[in-house]
Design a protein around this ligand. Structure first.
Ligand SMILES: C/C=C/C(=O)SCCNC(=O)CCNC(=O)[C@H](O)C(C)(C)COP(=O)(O)OP(=O)(O)OC[C@H]1O[C@@H](n2cnc3c(N)ncnc32)[C@H](O)[C@@H]1OP(=O)(O)O
Length: 667
């Protein structure tokens, strides 16, 4: 079967995951049959989809017409034959109990067409075992969505032992067609990728607590504010439900053995029904206490060493067993668990060898199976990391991780020199394209590369994904270094990077779609012309955080739109829509989200055909004149004198008189 052959998708189970998957499929234009065992269950799932689509329309993520079309394409059903009789793909999202799934598969088989593919959304059971319960193991694979499916980009697509290549490929294509990013799990293995990394990490945190190595506060403070993971280990456990992690771990323990023995504290919490936020108490108290109030300053070196060792061990298991290569692990964990950096890269930076020694030391001390390391960890240590050789080739240029760059060829008249637009894409959609120190460094490198490239005549800056141009500085990494010196350094580094961008001789266009807040808006202020989509929202929310715009916003916003409106935006910390920002003069144009990229690129291409020397000198004179008109005028007249002798002026004037298009060479 090919993607084009898929028209009807049956989703079995209308609970949280099931109705979310159905919504995603409906938005992608499929005919969706949502099925559950009782009318009230399926109606509730259907209403949840309706509510969510309405919210998306209110936020302008989709149009009212798209929301209406999506809900019209979902049929809520109880009758199994009606649900699957015509289905090309059947996605099963029923409770995680083998007996329940067996019953469901038996019923499905009575009515499902022979060509239909089965995909299970299980997060913990074996794909191979499940496929053997079905009558079509080759047409069976895992399709593991993350909660909530509408928001989470990742889908793990899992090969069972019998899955055919055709099946896995078409389900990957389907996930892409849903607008998601599939990551292939090449071998059926408990926890797949994301849970296999997260759950043992959480278990190690629990063992440290059980054995009094560290307190909840020390462990979470180290995880969140020193290792820079999105949440503390216990904070995460409480949020996802301790029973859920325990269930996955228990399964790993059954299948993979003692190395995954749950820590006593985890078992206790489950027995006492202290399951986290959902029961009001877990590792933190949400009813009588302050909830997960993680201190910023209780770092423990031992905790960091042990957690990194646990992480390195699981990465080695996944890579060594052929479940996934390092780059897929990084992609999956960043998208599925919100890690700001891929775990294989961060362990490479920290030192695989150090992790190996820590495991050896702990194994010698305790004899506990969980500290036994796989052979592959030694191999990775010997070769200097999991990503051996990556980025070693000096000729290949910098290895960008949080931004991406490309050169866009400009469509020039015949006979004209080739020209390009250098496109910088802020590429952290899972973190709302927030700006970390890494982003600042890479932005600076990208600007430098484009400035040094004679063919690049303009720069275009956009943000990846459909939520944000950039939601500003990464508040989490700021909290990690919440001392005055680090904060001042962060501010100075942003100011310097943005300052160099503002001074860049090339014309720069910002194409803004979605949130453009705080440091993201300060970045856009350093560009020369801004275009935004209608749904974009702007603001300087720093005062709401008790801060002030620290990357040039207190100065540049007034330069762009005048002091009155700038003060209003900064002091109110409110959000402004694109039309209001256009009225302030901040935006050249407001266009539909579908047209945004093309319009911004066209403008950058137009600027790329302008006279480079005159553009550079115009920018310089205007910048110089900002505080000192006399100095600006001086630069202007000197530039005028300089330009008159250039080839570009001759080219421009000749083209004007001959009615042709000038081909400026920057001479
Ligand atoms: C010198 C420069 C200083 C600064 O720039 S200070 C920072 C200024 N920026 C902000 O204060 C914006 C903070 N963010 C927000 O207000 C909201 O978010 C949005 C309006 C952008 C979006 O709201 P919604 O659509 O409801 O999404 P969501 O669940 O709040 O965010 C999705 C994920 O993105 C993370 N995130 C958003 N903004 C930031 C940020 N600035 N720093 C770090 N993370 C951020 C969230 O935490 C969350 O993450 P998870 O999915 O893991 O819960």
């Amino acid at each position: 079967m090919q993607l084009e052959d898929i028209e009807t998708i049956a989703v079995l189970g209308a609970g949280n995951m099931g109705h979310g998957i159905a919504e995603v499929a409906a938005l992608a234009g499929y005919d969706v049959r949502l099925r559950d065992i009782k009318e009230e269950f399926v109606q509730s799932g259907y209403e949840d989809i309706e509510w969510s689509l309405q919210k998306l329309a209110e936020k302008d993520t989709i149009t009212e017409e798209e929301a209406d079309a999506a809900i019209d394409s979902v049929t809520p059903l109880v009758d199994m034959e009606e649900a699957v009789g015509n289905a090309d793909v059947i996605i099963e999202a029923v409770p995680e109990k083998m007996e329940i799934k067996e019953d469901v598969y038996e019923e499905v088989e009575e009515s499902a067409p022979d060509h239909a593919i089965f995909a299970t959304n299980t997060s913990s059971l074996s794909i191979t075992d499940l496929s053997e319960v079905s009558d079509r193991p080759e047409q069976f694979c895992g399709m593991h969505f993350f909660n909530p499916p509408i928001r989470m980009q990742l889908v793990e697509v899992i090969n069972g032992e019998h899955t055919s290549d055709e099946t896995i490929e078409v389900i990957e294509d389907l996930a892409e067609d849903f607008g998601k990013t599939p990551v292939r799990v090449r071998k059926d293995s408990p926890g797949f990728i994301v849970n296999r990394i997260l759950v043992p990490l959480m278990n190690e945190a629990c063992w440290m607590l059980s054995e009094d190595v560290a307190t909840v506060e020390e462990i979470d403070s180290t995880t969140k504010y020193h290792m820079g993971l999105p949440m503390g280990s216990f904070e995460l456990a409480d949020m996802t439900g301790i029973d859920i992690s325990y269930h996955v771990l228990d399964y790993m323990n059954d299948v993979l053995g003692d190395e995954y023995e749950p820590a006593p504290i985890m078992e206790e919490k489950v027995e006492n029904e202290e399951l986290g936020q959902k029961t009001g108490k877990g590792f933190y108290d949400y009813e009588d206490g302050d909830g997960a109030d993680v201190p910023t300053d209780e770092y423990s070196e031992e905790v960091e060493e042990r957690l990194n060792a646990a992480l390195a061990k699981e990465i080695a298991n996944l890579v060594g067993d052929g479940v996934a290569p390092p780059e897929d692990i990084d992609e999956a964990v960043m998208m599925g668990a919100g890690f700001p950096e891929g775990p294989t890269k961060s362990i490479d930076e920290y030192g695989v060898e150090k992790c190996l020694h820590k495991l050896e030391e702990l194994y010698e001390e305790t004899g506990a199976a969980r500290y036994k390391h796989p052979d592959y960890l030694e191999e990775a240590a010997e070769q200097g990391g999991f990503n051996d050789g990556a980025g070693d080739d000096e000729d290949s240029g910098p290895d960008f991780e949080v931004i991406a760059i490309e050169r866009i060829d400009v469509d020039v008249p015949e006979g004209h020199d080739e020209k390009q637009v250098g496109h910088i894409l802020i590429d952290r959609p899972h973190r709302m394209n927030t700006i970390s120190l890494d982003v600042l460094e890479e932005l600076d490198q990208a600007r430098e590369i484009f400035e040094a490239d004679e063919q690049v005549r303009a720069i275009l800056i956009t943000g990846e994904g459909d939520k944000a141009f950039s939601a500003g500085a990464d508040v989490q990494s700021m909290a990690t270094s919440a001392d005055p010196l680090s904060a001042q350094e962060l501010s100075a580094q942003g100011q310097a990077t943005f300052g160099r961008l503002e001074e860049c001789p090339l014309p720069i266009v910002a194409g803004i779609d979605g949130f453009c807040l705080g440091g993201g808006m300060e970045l856009s202020m350093c560009t020369d012309i801004r275009i935004a989509s209608e749904r974009s929202e702007f603001g300087q929310p720093e005062l709401d955080l008790g801060l002030l715009p620290g990357w040039g916003g207190t100065q540049r916003l007034a330069n762009v739109i005048g002091e009155g409106p700038a003060k209003e935006i900064i002091m109110t910390a409110e959000r402004y829509d694109a039309e209001e920002m256009a009225d302030f003069g901040f935006l050249r144009d407001v266009v539909s989200k579908d047209d945004l990229f093309d319009e911004a690129r066209d403008l950058a291409e137009q600027l790329a055909q302008g006279p480079p020397v005159a553009q550079k000198m115009t920018k310089r004179a205007m910048l110089k004149g900002r505080d000192d008109t006399e100095a600006g005028l001086e630069v202007e007249s000197q530039a005028f004198g300089h330009l008159i002798g250039t080839d570009d002026v001759m080219e421009g004037m000749t083209a004007f008189m001959g009615d042709g298009e000038p081909d400026f060479e920057g001479q």
